[in-house]
Design a protein. Structure first.
Length: 368
C-alpha cells in the first residue's frame, strides 16, 4: 500500500533533524502542529478527561503538550491529550466503530475517507457551532465529517537540464514527443486521474466528475514510459537519479529536490492538486464535544500552522496564518494566494464515492 502524505511528513522531519538542519525544539513544534507528536498536558490533568489523537507516526510525545497542547489544556483544566501512533486506517476506524469499542477521538485521515466513512455512519458530524468555518481557506477544507488543519499538493516536477523549454501543464506531461523521457506517478489513482483529465483539456473547474474511462485510457497511454512510486523518498530518488525526468510528486518532496539540486529539478504550481489534511472523529468517540473543541483549536492555531510550513512545507489552512507566512517561504506554500489560485482543490465528495473502484481500475491499467 502506498505511503500516506502524513507518514512521509514524519520521515522528512526526522531526516532534517538527523542532518542538523532543524533543532529538537523546531522538530517538536512542527510535528505537534501536524499532530504527529502528541503528549500529555499539565500534571493536574491526570485523573481528568483524556483525548486520544491517532496519527501515522509517533515521536517526541511531549511536543504536542509543550507547543500545541498547553494552550488547549490551559483553556480546559483537567484535560490531557495523548497520542496513538498505530495508524488510523479506514479499516481500523470501521472495525472500532462497528464493534462499539471506540477509544480514538481524532484521526489524521483524508477528504475521500471522511466522505466514505461519513456516508457509512462511522464518523461524527463536525459541529460547526464549535468549529469556525472561517478558519479554513475553502469549503473543501471543512467537510460534513472532517476538517483540515493543514494542506499539501501534488505538483508537476521536472529535470530542467533535459528540457530547453519547460513543461507548463499536464498536457506537456503526456507529450512524449516534445518532452521525451520516463514519467513518474504515484501508484494510486488519486491525483493521476485528475491530472489525466486536465491533460485532455479539461479546465480545472470542469475536472469533476472525472470521466474515469477517458482518464484511465489516458493513463494507459503512458504505461510503458512510466515508473510508479509508493513512498515520498522513492519519488525523490527516481527524480534525483534521472530514472524519471518528469513526475507528479508531493510539493514537499519537490521543494527538497529544487533546493538540493540547486534548481536542476524544478516544479510548477500550475494545475497542481491542492489537498486538505483532514482530521475526523470516529462515531461514539469518548471525547465527544471536547474532541470537536480540540480540532477547532488546531484550525485556529496560526503560529503552529506557520511553523509547520517552515519545518515541512505543509500549507496553512487558516487564512490568517497564510497571511503571516514569511516572504522567503511563500514560494513553497501551497496555500499562498498566488500558488493556490493556479491549483485544483481536490473534490473529496467525488473521490469518497468513487475511490475504491477507480483505484482498482487504475491498478489494473498500469499492471495489465
Amino acid at each position: 500500500m502506498p505511503q500516506s502524505f502524513q507518514q512521509d511528513c514524519v520521515e522528512l522531519a526526522l531526516r532534517r533533524f538527523r542532518r542538523g538542519e532543524v533543532g529538537r525544539r523546531a522538530l517538536l513544534s512542527g510535528l505537534a502542529a501536524l499532530g504527529a507528536a502528541v503528549g500529555a498536558g499539565p500534571a493536574e490533568a491526570q485523573g481528568g478527561r483524556s483525548l486520544v489523537m491517532v496519527n501515522w507516526g509517533g515521536i517526541a510525545n511531549e511536543g504536542f503538550g509543550r507547543f500545541y497542547g498547553d494552550p488547549f489544556t490551559a483553556a480546559n483544566p483537567g484535560v490531557r491529550v495523548t497520542q496513538d501512533s498505530t495508524g488510523p486506517s479506514a479499516g481500523r476506524i470501521r472495525s472500532m466503530v462497528e464493534s462499539r469499542r471506540v477509544t480514538w477521538d481524532l484521526c489524521d485521515s483524508s477528504a475521500s475517507s471522511a466522505v466514505l466513512l461519513g456516508g457509512m455512519n462511522l464518523l461524527e458530524k463536525m459541529d460547526y457551532s464549535i468549529i469556525d468555518r472561517s478558519k479554513v481557506i475553502s469549503p473543501g477544507f471543512a467537510l460534513e465529517h472532517g476538517a483540515a488543519p493543514y494542506s499539501f499538493s501534488s505538483v508537476l516536477a521536472y529535470d530542467s537540464s533535459k528540457f530547453p523549454t519547460p513543461p507548463t501543464s499536464w498536457a506537456d506531461f503526456w507529450d512524449l514527443r516534445r518532452f521525451p523521457g520516463q514519467r513518474l506517478l504515484r501508484r494510486d489513482a488519486l491525483g493521476a486521474l485528475d491530472a489525466a483529465m486536465m491533460s485532455l483539456g479539461r479546465a480545472p473547474a470542469q475536472v469533476y466528475p472525472i470521466d474515469t474511462r477517458a482518464a484511465l485510457r489516458r493513463v494507459g497511454e503512458l504505461r510503458r514510459n512510466t515508473v510508479y512510486w509508493n513512498s515520498g523518498s522513492e519519488s525523490e530518488q527516481f527524480m534525483r537519479t534521472g530514472e524519471a525526468v518528469m513526475g507528479q510528486i508531493w510539493h514537499t518532496r519537490a521543494t527538497v529536490l529544487a533546493r538540493e539540486t540547486q534548481g536542476r529539478i524544478k516544479f510548477i504550481w500550475n494545475q497542481g492538486l491542492l489537498q486538505p489534511g483532514i482530521f475526523v472523529a470516529p462515531r461514539g468517540n469518548p471525547g465527544g464535544e471536547l474532541a470537536q473543541r480540540l480540532l477547532a483549536s488546531m484550525l485556529a492555531n496560526e503560529d503552529g500552522q506557520v511553523g509547520l510550513l517552515g519545518l515541512l512545507g505543509n500549507g496553512p489552512t487558516n487564512p490568517a496564518a497564510a497571511a503571516r507566512v514569511p516572504a522567503e517561504l511563500r514560494g513553497n506554500n501551497p496555500t499562498d494566494p498566488e500558488n493556490e489560485r493556479q491549483q485544483l482543490v481536490l473534490d473529496g465528495a467525488w473521490w469518497g464515492a468513487n475511490y475504491q473502484q477507480a483505484n482498482q481500475d487504475f491498478l489494473d491499467t498500469i499492471t495489465g
